[in-house]
Write a protein that binds this ligand. Structure first.
Ligand code: SF4
Length: 576
């Protein structure tokens, strides 16, 4: 289990797991091929259901000791996990595979969410009544998967909402989540929502193949008065709608009342719960208040009840939380919900940077993942301001991939730092192409580099030739070239320079036009005393003899130091 060490005073982990919440009539027996990672003593165990029982959900299969194809696939995708571990974590309720049986039969490539696996990122999308449509949302789906989203939530509230959902599910290899109450009140007044329409709406989406659903059943009538002293009240759409329904009818939350029936529908299709946080704080001042914690208490109860009915559960969390309160929030959820995966929105750690909330929130998200969150819901630069467009989706995905990856490295999940180390080696070797290839966004990295200097040299425009510490380090050590093994000065590589796409990126930055970029590159060359010509050390013009001269001008005598074994570079350099 990957999480930060507890700071003194944090709520300790729960002593219970999903094994404490088996359906009525089930027993447990010791089985050498059964599950470990439980809280029932030393021996592997399996659950023993009534004779007529047929498993449907990944949780039920796991309880019976079965490793499903989906569990196998998760272990393939995350080599630090064995299929048995995936099964054991699911059986304990600490991991979910959101895989609706209908989506699994189609395009879905199963993935897992849980603290034993890599931190996952969700991207929200969806048409609103004033913006976007199905084609644009499908493009956003492709775009968010391109930029690393592990799951996608369709939060459409406008357009042809049913067709849009259908199209998104059938085109997605990633799990799709929804908030079913949105569709329930299209063409219907909120006040007219009743148990039958709620169950029908949920069943309809489950049949379509939705993999996980946000259900705001934890917000109870007794919690509503607790928000009166908040600065910004209820900011969850689902939460505010259900609070209004409760005040209008003077009744309990219908989602709470219908919970067991909702569980039974979700079980039939193996839809995973994402129990909604209708009372999440919408500003720093409202964080960790009585309303939020009261709802979390109920969410713990709902988690136990869903497990008793065989349904996989994850839990949604805040929101806007001061940095120093994040660990407490993560560890309180771990205790109240017995380790069920925590799926958090941000949290934003300051409220005064609208337009930059992908940054304010990815700082909180990194801390949340470090302290135990299993999935991070991205926030885009458009948060609080409007419906995200394609580039906002990219910016949100990248910010959250950074948060998730930073946390995974800090948590020491095996293999997570390998690519960082490879990129560091390429950077040390001034091997620009490999540097870019290993980057999360190679085109952007190349464009940023080529903006100033559109050739591969043993320095970049940041410091220039004489001040390039990496180049000097290479001289100090033995890597005079440090390029690929196949590289030699008499076989110069010519940079691809600016592609059309890179040129477009730079134009989009609104900083430099292509003519200016080339003028600046020429300026850099002039500053090297090379006029409009390439500097002599540029790899595409320097032959072996010229390179020796250039290096020799600095009066540095180059020697082979034999450090190749620890530095991992070729043991012979043709220049020396
Ligand atoms: S010039 Fe500066 S920034 Fe560029 S590679 Fe060398 S040390 Fe790094």
């Amino acid at each position: 289990m990957y999480s930060s060490p507890d700071t003194p005073g944090m709520p300790p982990p729960s002593g219970k797991t999903a094994w404490d919440f088996l359906p009525d009539g089930w027993a447990i027996k010791v089985d050498p091929n059964g599950c470990c990672g439980h809280n029932r003593g030393e021996h592997p165990i399996v659950a023993v259901p009534p004779a007529s029982f047929t498993p449907v959900t990944q949780l039920e299969y796991a309880r019976l000791g079965t490793i499903t194809d989906a569990m196998q696939r998760v272990a393939e995708r995350e080599p630090h996990l064995m299929p048995e571990q995936v099964r054991d974590e699911i059986a304990a309720g600490r991991m979910v595979i959101p895989a609706n049986i209908n989506h699994l039969a189609g395009s879905l490539d199963p993935m897992a969410i849980g603290r034993a696996s890599l931190t996952k990122v969700n991207a929200n999308m969806g048409a609103s009544p004033v913006s976007s449509g199905t084609d644009e949302e499908l493009e956003k789906l492709r775009w968010s998967l391109r930029w690393g989203a592990d799951t996608v939530m369709d939060l459409s509230t406008g357009g042809d909402i049913d067709a849009c959902r259908e199209a998104i599910i059938s085109n997605s290899t990633a799990p799709i989540g929804t908030v079913p109450i949105y569709a329930m009140i299209i063409d219907r007044k909120l006040e007219d929502l009743d148990r039958e329409s709620i169950l029908a709406g949920i069943e309809h989406q489950a049949k379509q193949g939705v993999d996980y659903m946000t259900v705001h059943a934890g917000l109870r009538r007794a919690h509503v008065p607790m928000v009166k002293n908040r600065l910004i009240g209820i900011v969850s759409r689902g939460g505010s709608l259900l609070a209004k329904w409760m005040l209008t009818h003077g009744k309990e939350n219908p989602m709470y009342d219908a919970w067991d029936d909702i569980c039974d529908i979700l079980r039939r299709y193996d839809v995973t719960f994402s129990i909604g946080d209708g009372l999440r704080p919408g500003g720093l001042a409202d964080a960790t208040d009585q309303a939020q914690l009261g709802e979390l208490e109920t969410i713990g109860e709902l988690t136990e009840r869903a497990w008793r009915r065989g349904v996989q559960v994850m839990v949604e969390g805040p929101g806007h939380v001061p940095f120093d309160q994040i660990e407490f929030n993560m560890k309180l959820q771990r205790r109240r919900c017995h380790g069920a995966p925590f799926y958090v929105l941000g949290p934003l750690v300051t409220d005064v940077f609208p337009g930059y909330d992908h940054i304010t929130s990815c700082i909180g998200a990194t801390a949340a993942a470090w302290h135990g969150a299993a999935m991070l819901c991205y926030v885009t630069p458009k948060e609080h301001l409007g419906l995200p467009k394609k580039d906002d989706v990219k910016q949100g995905c990248i910010a959250y991939k950074i948060a998730a990856h930073a946390a995974d490295v800090a948590l020491g999940i095996p293999g997570t730092r390998d690519r960082d180390d490879e990129l560091t080696k390429a950077r040390a070797a001034l091997n620009w192409q490999k540097h870019f290839d290993l980057s999360f966004d190679p085109d952007y990295a190349r464009a940023m580099h080529d903006e100033d200097l559109d050739v591969d040299t043993d320095f970049c425009a940041m410091c220039g030739h004489d001040w390039c510490s990496v180049r000097i380090s290479k001289e100090i050590q033995e890597f005079t070239s440090g390029k690929d093994g196949a590289f030699a000065w008499d076989k110069p590589s010519i940079s691809a320079a600016l592609s059309d796409e890179q040129r477009a990126m730079l134009e989009q930055r609104g900083v430099l036009d292509p003519a200016e970029i080339h003028r600046l590159a020429a300026k850099t060359r002039r500053s090297l005393g090379e006029g409009e010509e390439r500097a002599a050390c540029h790899s595409e013009v320097a032959d072996a003899a010229a390179a020796r001269d250039v290096q020799g001008e600095n009066g540095v005598e180059l020697v082979q130091l034999g450090t190749h074994e620890i530095s991992g570079v070729p043991d012979h350099d043709p220049v020396i």
